[in-house]
Design a protein around this ligand. Sequence first.
Ligand code: TYD
Length: 445
Amino acid sequence: MPVRRSSIRWEMVEIELRGAQFREAKHAMSSWLPCRGCGLSDFPLGGSPWSPRHRAMVPMVDLGNLPLANRLLSVTSTSNAPYPLVVYYCHNCALIQLADLVPRTEMFTDYVYLTSASKTMMEHFDRYAEGITRRLDLTAKDRVLDVGSNDGTLLKAFQRRGARVLGIEPARNVASIAEAAGVPTLTNYFDLKLAKRLEKVRLVTANNILSHVGSLRDFLATVAHVLRPNGLFVFELPWVADVLRNNSFDMIYHEHLSYFGLKPLTRALREEGLFLVDLEYYPSIHGGTFRGFASPSFEEPSHLVKEMSAREEKEADFWALRDFSERVPKLAHHLRDMLLSLKKEGKRIAGYGAPAKATILLNYCGIGRDILDYASDTTPLKQGKLIPGVKIPVVSPELARTKPPDYYLLLAWNFRQEILAKEREFLDKGGRFVVPFPQPEFVDS
Ligand code: TYD
C-alpha cells in the first residue's frame, strides 16, 4: 500500500533540500530554508541548530515522492521523475508553501492546461472582464496586461469590451493558441527586465499564477513597477482555508509553490508597495477562490477583506494545517478501500477528467490501472497520453462513451456541477460518481 504516514525528520529534509538547492544553484547555500513570503528562515533563539523550535519554516505535510502533475506521458516516453512533495508552514508570516525544488523549465515549457477547457471558466472569465471593465471604467486607451495568460481566454473577453491587451505566457504551446486567436502574447517569464520594456498599464491581472511563482517578492515588485499610479492589480487564487477544510490535498503539487491565506499575502503585497483593498469570493471556482484587488495607493480595506482575514485566523493556521496532515492519509485509505470494494463486486470504474490534481490523488492513494480502466478528458492535448506514475490512459469522452464504466471517479471535482449536469444520461441509466472530497461519497441520479 503506497500510502504512508508522514515520517519527516528535519535532518533528512534539510539534507535533501540542500542537495537540490545546490544542484540548481538557485539559492545560495543556506542552512535554513527561507520563506517565500517574508524571507525569514530562522529565529535567532540559540539552542541546538537542528531543533525545529528555532525555525520559522517547519515541514508539516509529507505526500512522499510524486511525479510532476501536469507532465502527462506519451506512450513512448515513460519517465517522469518523482520529486519530494513536502508542505511547510512559516511561523513568522503563516505562508503555507513548498520548497522550490523542481527546475521551472521542467514544469512550464510544454503545458497541457487550457483555461477554455471548461464552460464554467469561460463564463467566469467573461463575467470577470465585465466586472473589472465597469469598475475601472476601462476604455480603448487603457491596456490590460495578463500574466500567465494561457490560451488568452480572459484577454479575449477584455478585447471584446474594447480594451487593448497584452498576454505574458511562458508556455510556448498555449501562447501560440492565444496568438492564433488574435491575442498578442509574449512568450516570456514576467520579470523586471521584461517589465522595463513595457509601457505602464492600468490593469495587471494574474489568475492562479502567484501560487506558481518562485520569487514571489520579485514578482510583486514587478507588478508594482508596471502599474500606473491609478492602476489595479487583480488576481485570483484558491483560498487555502478551503483547501484545508475540503481536504483537497490534490491541490498540492510541485507547480503550486504557495497556498495563500490573506494574512501572508497582504504582508508580502504591502512590503512591495501594494495594498489589498478589496476581495470577491467564489466558493464554486476550483473549490473556493478569492479575487484580490491590490492598489499602489493606500485605501481602507473592504469589509470582506477584514471578515475573511478573521476567519482565516482559525481556519488556516498551524493547527488547521496539522489536523489536515492527519486527515489526508485516512481519507486516501478510505477512498482506495471504497474503490477496491467496487472492484470486488465486478464494477468497472474510470476517471472523469485528467486534471493535474489527478496525478496527485491517484499516485498518493495508490489508485492504478488495477482500479481505473481509463480517464476521460475533453482536452485534445491530453488524449492519447498517460497520467504519470499510475500510467492510466487518457481518452476522449467520445471514446469513453463506447465503453462506459459503472462508476466514474470524479477527478475534476471542481467542476462537479457542470459535469453532473452534462452526464445526466449516464446517471439516468444507473451510472454513479464517486466524489473524493471533502469525504469520499457516491452520487447517483
Ligand atoms: P482543472 O481542474 O481545471 O485543472 P488542474 O489541471 O489545474 O487540476 O482541470 C479539469 C480537467 O477536466 C481538464 O483537463 C478538462 C477536464 N474536463 C473534462 O474532461 N470534462 C468536463 O466536463 C470538464 C468541465 C472538464
